[in-house]
Design a protein around this ligand. Sequence first.
Ligand code: MEV
Length: 317
Amino acid sequence: MKMRDFMASAPGKVILLGEHAVVYNRPAIAVPVNAVEATSEVSYREGGVFVKALDFAKEYDITKRPLKEGDDGFALQETVYHTYEYLQKRPEDVEIRVTSTIPVAAGMGSGAAIAVSMIRAIAGYLKKELLPEEVNYLAYKTEIIHHGTPSGIDNTVITYNKPVYFISEPRKMERLDIAKPFMLVIGDTGIRSNTKEVVAMVRENRKKNYSKYKQIWNEIADIVNEARDAIINGDIEHIGPLMNRNHELLKQIHVSCDELDKLVDAALDAGAIGAKLSGAGRGGDMIALVNEGTKEDVANALRRAGAKNVIITEVKP
Ligand code: MEV
């Protein structure tokens, strides 16, 4: 039967505070970035199951689930099959077109956003309702393919499209009650950050110096909890120094790099209230907390310091 086309989108995200420590069950705060998004559109196509990655001009024929772990397109294929299995349907006669304005491997959750948009678009095409918890569960399965041992924070903030305070185990997800909206400038080093590799490197280093890492995770947890209170109380100025300290701690676990440090310093020199790397690090993005008066100066300073892409975003309830 020919069905009606269905389209769904999902935003990008940044981690405000707590990356890496969140993998070890400490809390983290993440916020959606609606200036960028992933979009999937599902439509009828006779004779198989196809995914088109429009930005890369690629088409995958996944009719017989041919792709294996490590193959290009494997995560896309598995997202399709997991979603159909969950909905107790067999994929057939369908094409899923995927496109995204979220920078890839930049710490902005592009993989999770693509998965969320695909899952919602497939469910909508099949006229099935999925609860956010169900979308989140399915997107987490894709995150495992991308990242190995993800905390689940990316798929969660993207599925709910709200700022979240998140703990992986035991699972706790709290929507953050933002008393006063605040602004972030996101600067992209242009260096691709491989979350899976960086998380694995941290895991190896932690084995060699367990007590140092434990101390760092605990300090990051304190920072995140203090920031959560500041956000709830609308005390935005207080978040700046917490971000700076978080960046120092991330440097101590070797997940920063010269390019990230340069952008962080440039943002602070230009008047940012606080700045840090965001996401897995060793490339990817940094974020700076700014106000109306400093946002353009900080954005320009980041461009001058070599940022390949700059996004200004407001964090609101
Ligand atoms: C990636 O956006 C954040 C990390 O903490 C990894 C994870 O939470 O799975 C580095």
